[in-house]
Design a protein around this ligand. Structure first.
Ligand SMILES: NC(=O)c1ccc[n+]([C@@H]2O[C@H](COP(=O)([O-])OP(=O)(O)OC[C@H]3O[C@@H](n4cnc5c(N)ncnc54)[C@H](OP(=O)(O)O)[C@@H]3O)[C@@H](O)[C@H]2O)c1
Length: 286
């Protein structure tokens, strides 16, 4: 992860004194529910420190309750009772929710938004708050394997960054980066699971074409992607080096790699990330 922005002020005395874990407001799935589930399962916070207010859909409230979260009567009460407020509503209603919460917020509270595409400037304008962290997770958050990137608002401290990092570490890996990178983050980790779903499906099709039963082919394809990804992140070796280690002279793997290169496999993936980034930029202008 990147370096924290320098803290602009020392933590408030109240924050230092208070050993109560921060309350975490979360709504929805996969967004809020998976964060809450991860937080509860990892023990970063006791589940009861996660607070939410009644949902229109009863199954949502039931899901939060089954995790041991505290269900309160209103958004206002959730904000009042929590140090960390996670905004996890559809991007188009973020403004409405922040305007509603504005009178209840103060710099004592840390606001966290996971709404896709909603910029720090808008979050600050709508909430009147400067102590904000914007996080961009991705859908593997639902299985504890998110790739999340966060950026810090004007008065968010290094301590705030660490708190949010520990919360989002419960659902995967977390990096800090400047907001100017967020469109590209969306093109890579935001949209990336879909690229890999296609790759897994295609590898399984290849297995079937080569004579494997479908179930076996799909299981092998998914596990192979998982294993390869784990090797890259755990060994710290360059993926090119790992590829070289498994391509023996005149062997089977180099024959497959040659076909991928003929089909512009790498160029296509590069183009996919760039196209999604460009599309994200276009959408954020509207
Ligand atoms: N999951 C990820 O990996 C990921 C990645 C990037 C971004 N995000 C972002 O996460 C956010 C949530 O996405 P989602 O798919 O979880 O959405 P979702 O399923 O629609 O959940 C939104 C939740 O917001 C609640 N809600 C609606 N109006 C509200 C209000 N006025 N006050 C309080 N709560 C309200 C809804 O409550 P009810 O239950 O009562 O309907 C629902 O539970 C989105 O902004 C999305 O861009 C998620």
């Amino acid at each position: 992860g990147g370096r924290a922005s320098p803290a602009r002020r020392a933590p408030r005395p109240r924050e230092r004194r208070r050993r109560v874990p921060p309350g975490l407001r979360r709504r929805g799935e996969p967004g809020a529910e998976s964060i809450a589930r991860g937080v509860a399962a990892s023990g970063v916070l006791p589940a009861s420190a996660v607070r939410t207010a009644p949902h229109r859909r009863p199954e949502r409230a039931a899901a939060f309750a089954s995790l041991g979260a505290t269900i309160l009567a209103s958004n206002a009460q959730v904000v009042d009772d929590s140090d960390v407020i996670v905004i996890s509503v559809k991007p188009q209603i973020v403004k409405q929710v922040l305007v509603e919460l504005k009178p209840l917020l103060s710099e004592e509270k840390l606001l966290v938004s996971i709404a896709a595409g909603i910029k720090m400037k808008d979050l600050q304008d709508w909430s009147g708050q400067r102590r904000i962290i914007r996080v961009m997770p991705n859908t593997p958050s639902a299985v504890g394997q998110a790739a999340s990137v966060m950026c810090l608002g004007e008065t968010a401290t290094e301590n705030d960054e660490n708190r949010v990092k520990s919360l989002f570490s419960a659902i995967g890996k977390v990096w800090t980066a400047e907001e100017k990178y967020f469109d590209a983050v969306t093109g890579l980790s935001g949209s990336g699971p879909a690229y890999i779903f296609l790759a897994i499906e295609a590898m399984a099709d290849g297995g079937v074409a080569a004579g494997l039963p479908r179930d076996l082919a799909l299981g092998l394809a998914a596990q192979t992607v998982l294993g390869a990804a784990t090797m890259v992140s755990e060994t710290g070796k360059h993926p090119g080096q790992l590829k070289d280690q498994v391509t023996s002279p005149a062997g089977t793997t180099i024959a497959g790699v040659h076909e991928l290169e003929k089909g512009s496999f790498r160029g296509t993936l590069i183009n996919a990330v760039v196209a999604a980034t460009t599309r994200c930029r276009e959408l954020s202008k509207n």
